[in-house]
Design a protein around this ligand. Structure first.
Ligand code: B1H
Length: 814
């Protein structure tokens, strides 16, 4: 890797030694790996700080437009390795630590993942921050400093157990507390009107307040001295908890405030693609939004005298509907604090806010009961009511007499606040996250809104950062690529297309496949260490890692494994290439069926892995606690990328892109960004199966299909289904998996049986393709070579130009 930033190795080593001494009163020889991790991180932070200061000086000097990426989730993973990579001296630090007698890999392993997110949506936010900094765009990430992040998953007797993720227990060396930027956030109470100088002022009274205190985390750009900020908010009780108040009989009130503050940021809700409607969740939303928007306005006012210019200097990008109270909060600040009239405030707000939609899953739609919303946020609710009143008038004037339009588009309806409708009404841009997803939004899900204002809609196909998911996660492949085409791909991923010429050359094919093999050994070692299962790195590594959700169809995958096992046992002529099926998935703690699917996967693994008669032809591995840090190992080692969601349901997917980049072949449906992956790499270099989105949606319009027809006509399916209830995988409790059986036979909402035959066929095709080593190598290499489009750098350039209107900034150190 080219060093773009100077590194003083001896100075660095000295600093690490000093840090161990001052932090832990120990000589380095006696330091634990965790202590070395902390000491190294503080040394790295020192280097980051100067750049961080320089970056913000530049932003202030130029008075640049800034995007505030508002998100309930930032799934950052580990920081140390990534920061070293982006400071361009990862290798130099590795060497320095070697000389001190430490292995950087082991030191990195001391760091807990910052798991402030569930899955794709949170990881996308993290990739976006990396790209924004690397491209030199002024940006803040704004979120919550959850005391506990995504739970840690343990597997016990095949069942998922959730353990608290105490990620802050050893301290977070990269963050900086900024008490000087604390603000107050108000909950509850009532609103009274006060007339001053002939104007009505709305005053919230009788409320409870929470102090929002920001912690800043540096986001280092690649080799460019830019350091942006992820600002995550902690909550503290507003008044000092003093025993004095006990005498005044206010002790209880003080305790209550303390608790209110503590609970707000206590834990991340572990739901992916699911709305639970909990009051505390709405508190979390308003808490971080009010704090972030207040701060942004204060900052704007430091350099700008006319609030009307806000849209020229700020965009609030709302990551799904979770931050949508931002629309009303901005209105509140503009009117109640800045003294603007409604029309003025609305004009500014709707030129400042923008909304990204990430899902069409009905169960993910946020609809807050008005009773709850208005009780918790009385002034905000008043504003939402007025937004709704005016919006409904607009609908009625565009479509006179059309009650359906009002019913489908109103923000307040049926006693609920519909957050997506508020987000659309309050935004100048609405975007989907892959071409197919955006098309479905426009033509179906948000059709009425699209027809009302088509120019508001646009697509921004997701992307991923190659710095983490190739340069850091797959160092062997990264240096091979750099060897062939230079290292500019690190900031310009489209350069990978230059690799195409190597894909047909046998020598390079061997080199590439040897790297894949080394990465498979690395993963096999991880699996041995963490699962105690031996897997053969020569087998096909067929991988499905993502959150567990019915629509993602892990059930289809494991049913197919059961089918193959049956073939091996009963059909003497059945021939299959040895395959290791690798799963990794967390299920939301309250999602029973998802948890049962995890148990099924582990039960199938138990039976098959212990059956010597099949000679190891199939192995099934469930990797415990799938998260960003082990994902990096998994993507690098995969041969086959399972992307098998029911067509139309996966808005984009981003794991699919990480696999492709690392040279895996997609086995998938025509869903989300898979469609664009196939477009880039060519149909012959992916294996596609199953119903198309159009077909799925047609069935749905017509009331579904009848899974019993398939059960009755397909003996192989029948056998597999029967094995769910005959105790084959649950001898101690044959009824354990009956719920899965019933769901498939009676409804099969996700078209698992409908797609089964086609999925079997797709696997046969993979088997055949894999045996043709040269062609397989070519396919794999073309996947890497054609992954350029899926860099989050490309995505962010599109957002910056087409939505945010941001200008790049150059930062130099003096
Ligand atoms: C995605 C979510 C999500 N879409 C609600 N929606 C949540 C919804 O806590 N909640 O209430 C949490 C997450 N997550 C994912 O976003 C999509 O399913 C993926 O297809 C997409 O790639 C990803 C990023 O756009």
């Amino acid at each position: 890797m080219k060093k773009l930033i100077d590194f003083d190795k001896e100075g660095f080593k000295k600093e690490v030694i000093t840090n161990v001494k001052t932090l832990y009163r120990r000589p380095i020889e006696e330091a634990t790996p965790q202590q070395v991790f902390q000491a190294v991180s503080y040394a790295v932070k020192d280097d980051i700080i100067d750049r961080w200061i320089a970056t913000h000086k530049e932003y202030e000097k130029k008075n640049v437009k800034t995007v505030y990426y508002l998100s309930m989730e930032f799934l950052m993973g580990r920081a140390l390795g990534n920061n070293l990579i982006n400071l361009t001296y990862y290798d130099a630090v590795k060497e320095a630590l070697d000389e001190l007698g430490f292995d950087l890999n082991l030191i990195e392993d001391q760091e807990p993942d910052a798991a402030l997110g569930n899955g794709g949506l949170g990881r996308l936010a993290a990739c976006f921050l990396d790209s924004l900094a690397t491209l030199g765009y002024p940006a803040y990430g704004c979120g919550i400093r959850y005391r506990y992040g995504m739970f840690k998953q343990a597997i016990k007797d095949g069942y998922q157990i959730e353990l608290p993720d105490d990620w802050l227990k050893d301290g977070n060396p990269f963050e900086i507390k900024r008490p000087e930027y604390a603000v107050e956030v108000k909950f509850g109470g009532y609103v009274r009107v006060e007339n001053r100088d002939g104007r009505n002022y709305f005053i919230q009274d009788g409320y409870q307040t929470v102090r929002a205190v920001p912690y800043d985390v540096p986001v280092v750009g690649y080799g460019n001295n830019v350091v942006n900020t992820l600002r995550i908010w902690d909550a503290e009780a507003d008044q000092e908890f003093c025993l004095d108040s006990f005498d005044k009989g206010e002790y209880e009130k003080a305790v209550e405030q303390q608790n209110l503050a503590k609970t707000i940021v206590e834990v991340l809700y572990p739901n992916d693609n699911h709305y639970a409607g909990k009051e505390l969740r709405l508190r979390q939303q308003y808490f971080f939004i009010s704090a972030s928007v207040q701060r942004a306005i204060l900052k704007f006012k430091e350099k700008n005298s006319d609030i009307h210019n806000l849209p020229d200097k700020v965009t609030f990008q709302m990551n799904d509907t979770h931050p949508t109270v931002a629309v009303a909060e901005l209105m509140r600040i503009l009117m109640d604090e800045e003294g603007l009239e409604w029309d003025d405030a609305w004009d500014i707000t709707t030129r400042t806010c923008a909304y990204t939609n990430h899902t069409i899953m009905a169960e993910a739609l946020e609809k807050w009961p008005i009773e709850l919303f208005s009780r918790l946020l009385p002034r905000i609710y008043q504003i939402v009511e007025e937004i709704n009143r005016r919006f409904v008038l607009k609908i009625q004037s565009m479509y006179p007499g059309n009650q359906d339009k009002v019913k489908n588009m109103a923000i307040l309806y049926d006693g609920q606040v519909k957050m997506a409708h508020l987000a659309i009404a309050g935004s100048y841009s609405v975007n989907g996250v892959a071409a197919l997803h955006t098309k479905i939004l426009e033509e179906r899900e948000l059709k009425d809104f699209y027809e009302m204002r088509p120019e508001q809609f646009n697509n921004k196909t997701n992307g991923i950062t190659q710095r983490r998911f190739l340069l850091h996660g797959n160092p062997l492949l990264a240096s091979w690529i750099t060897d062939k085409i230079g290292d500019e791909w690190i900031v310009k991923l489209s350069n990978l297309k230059k690799l195409k010429v190597y894909a047909t050359d046998e020598k390079y094919q061997q080199e590439f496949m040897n790297i894949k093999y080394q990465n498979k050994i690395r993963l096999a070692n991880y699996i041995k260490e963490h699962n105690g299962v031996d897997v053969d790195p020569r087998s096909i590594f067929d991988v499905q890692v993502k959150r567990l959700h019915e629509y993602k169809r892990q059930l289809l995958n494991i049913l197919h494994v059961m089918y193959q096992y049956n073939e091996l046992k009963t059909n003497p002529s059945y021939d299959m290439y040895p395959t290791t099926y690798i799963f990794g998935a967390k299920a939301s703690a309250g999602y029973k069926r998802a948890k049962l699917i995890i148990k099924l996967i582990n039960s199938v693994a138990d039976v098959i892995n212990n059956d010597a008669s099949i000679k190891g032809k199939i192995k099934v591995v469930f990797i415990e606690n799938y998260r960003v840090s082990n994902a990096e190992l998994i993507f690098a080692a995969a041969d086959v990328s399972e992307q098998i969601s029911t067509a139309s349901r996966e808005a984009s997917g981003t794991g699919n892109m990480k696999f492709m980049l690392n040279g895996a072949v997609t086995l998938g449906t025509m869903d989300g960004a898979n469609v664009e992956i196939v477009e880039e790499v060519g149909e012959e270099n992916a294996v596609i199966f199953g119903l198309r989105a159009e077909e799925v949606m047609k069935y749905e319009r017509e009331g579904g299909y009848n899974p019993k027809d398939i059960y009755n006509n397909d003996a192989a399916v029948r056998t597999v289904l029967t094995q769910l209830i005959n105790g084959m995988y649950s001898s101690d409790d044959p009824d354990r998996f009956r719920d899965l059986y019933d769901s498939l036979i009676n409804e099969d909402v996700y078209f698992i049986l409908k797609d089964f035959a086609s999925y079997v066929e797709a696997h046969r095709k993979i088997d055949t393709l894999y045996r043709d080593e040269k062609n397989w190598a070519k396919m794999v290499m073309l996947n890497t070579a054609c992954a350029g489009k899926f860099s989050s750098d490309r995505t962010i350039e599109e957002y910056a130009k087409e939505i945010w209107n941001l200008k790049k900034v150059k930062v130099t150190l003096d």
